[in-house]
Design a protein around this ligand. Structure first.
Ligand code: HEM
Length: 244
């Protein structure tokens, strides 16, 4: 086994997860009031209105899809009667659609952040960085799902990437398994560990303080104090829209 493979598949994941946990503790201790999503809804709603739900629903479905693919041994699904070909069909069909939703949503969010002057001006470096890294992770994932699986050969990552990922939790990472996976899978997985490193220092921390209710909550309407006259943003008050 090369030292390179050992670094990426036995050392880097633990460095990344240590920074992930330690970074959250540090951020909470030093920046409790900056902990949140830093919503810019008040500045632009048209693009946000479709891009944000598309991204959020997409990523939730993608991560749910990773549970049977990565966390659950394939023998368990075999025992339930889900054959490799059925699994493959579902992974490429449903997983691919979810991945596309996530990526298209991300492109919308990036486009908004770069082209809407007011949003761009309040954006931190970390706001750009996190969207770009998420996009890279998503594109590499789609590259594996659509690019490799459909155009190169069907690949059963449940025999390599999945067991390697689970072996991380027993502190005996099976480097050879992951090192044998096609490059696009390796790049996708390595990029997710880069994501975990930057996560605590970005607006992604809102994931831990944001219950699922967010996806269903009513939009916040901003109304002018004095009726419908045009007023600067600073003179508006948030009003929660009533349901139903
Ligand atoms: C270490 C954790 C992860 C592992 C081991 C992993 C592994 C994989 C694998 C093996 C695939 C290919 C599926 C196929 O060929 O059908 C895939 C696809 C994908 N992954 Fe990941 N992934 C991880 C984390 C993530 C994260 C955190 C995200 C998003 C932020 C993500 C986003 C995607 C997307 C968008 C796809 C393509 C669509 C899909 O198949 O659902 N992955 N991932």
């Amino acid at each position: 086994m090369t030292g390179w493979a050992t670094f990426w598949w036995a050392i880097f994941p633990y460095i990344s997860l240590t920074i992930f946990v330690g970074g959250h503790i540090y951020r909470y201790a030093t920046d409790r009031y900056g902990w949140g999503s830093h919503s810019s809804q008040i500045l632009e709603q048209r693009i946000l209105g479709w891009a944000s739900p598309l991204f959020h629903y997409g990523i939730i479905l993608v991560l749910l899809g990773h549970v049977p693919g990565i966390l659950i041994p394939s023998s368990w699904l075999d025992a339930l009667g889900i054959s490799e070909s059925l699994y493959h069909l579902l992974a490429v069909g449903l997983g691919g659609i979810a991945g596309l939703m996530m990526v298209v949503g991300l492109v919308g969010l990036l486009w908004r952040r770069w082209t809407v002057e007011r949003v761009r001006r309040i954006s931190l470096f970390s706001d750009h960085l996190v969207l770009v890294v998420l996009l890279i992770v998503g594109l590499l994932g789609l590259g594996a799902t659509y690019g490799y699986q459909l155009f190169v050969e069907p690949y059963n990552y449940r025999l390599t990437v999945g067991p390697w990922f689970r072996s991380l939790f027993t502190f005996h990472p099976d480097v050879a398994l992951m090192a044998s996976a096609p490059l696009i899978y390796q790049l996708h997985v390595a990029s997710t560990f880069v994501l975990y490193i930057i996560w605590p220092f970005t607006r992604l921390v809102h994931v831990w303080s944001f219950p699922i209710a967010y996806l269903r909550r009513a939009a916040i309407l901003y109304r002018a104090r004095g009726g419908l006259a045009k007023v600067p943003a600073a003179a508006t008050l948030p009003v929660e829209r009533k349901r139903g």
